[in-house]
Design a protein around this ligand. Sequence first.
Ligand code: SAM
Length: 241
Amino acid sequence: MKAKIRLYVDHALAAGQSIPLTKEQAHYLFGVMRLAEGAFVALFNGRDGEYIARVAEAGKRRGILVCEAQSKPLQMPPDVWLCFAPIKKARTDFIVEKAAEMGAARICPMQTEFTNSERIRRDRLQAHAVEAAEQCGGTYVPEVAEIERFGRMLDNWPDDRHILFCDEALVGDKLDFESAAKGGKWAIFIGPEGGFSDAERTRLGAHPLARSISLGPRILRADTAAVAALTLWQKQCGDWQ
Ligand code: SAM
């Protein structure tokens, strides 16, 4: 049983389970990808792992798949959130896509003092996370949270989650990642193109769960910084070890 196409479905998965397709999914599988009855598709829903399913009915606007067997168990990512200030649309899309591919457990847009874009389409960003999981072979889809103000986010901060504060003011300092990040739950904080304000830097600096780090000798764009910080964290504390 070989499946070239992976599809996220919002439906429980188990051997023998029938999965009705949405109009869009039927169009994609049978109109665009030209699958016919009897073909195989890999399905995941973020909860039950991955299943190989057979096309039982293929119509223009509808279709039914039947799960045959589980092909991968659910693989949860390590417990790291990416908290970032949205930037331009395409670069924000990039951050969400890369965070999902790289194994962030949750993606939290935050409104900082120097954040330019106040509005984001959460549903659009969530769809990017789903697409990234479909193409990278992941069985988990990180939730994209509603955008939240920086101050409010810290007011309600969980008392067991460490913060890895990527502080551009430390540019050029030695990257002391090993002593900054150890086990437990984490969140990476990345500022907007204008950086963190002095007040935000002071607040994070005083936070008992926050550790400030430098990301090397050059100032990185926010999207590059998000990928760099996730890479370092995954290597040191996550599932790339
Ligand atoms: N406008 C700021 C400046 O010129 O100092 C730069 C902000 S940078 C484009 C966006 C975010 O990426 C920063 O807020 C920080 O979180 C992260 N970042 C970029 N380069 C960094 C570095 N060398 N060390 C630590 N964080 C960095």
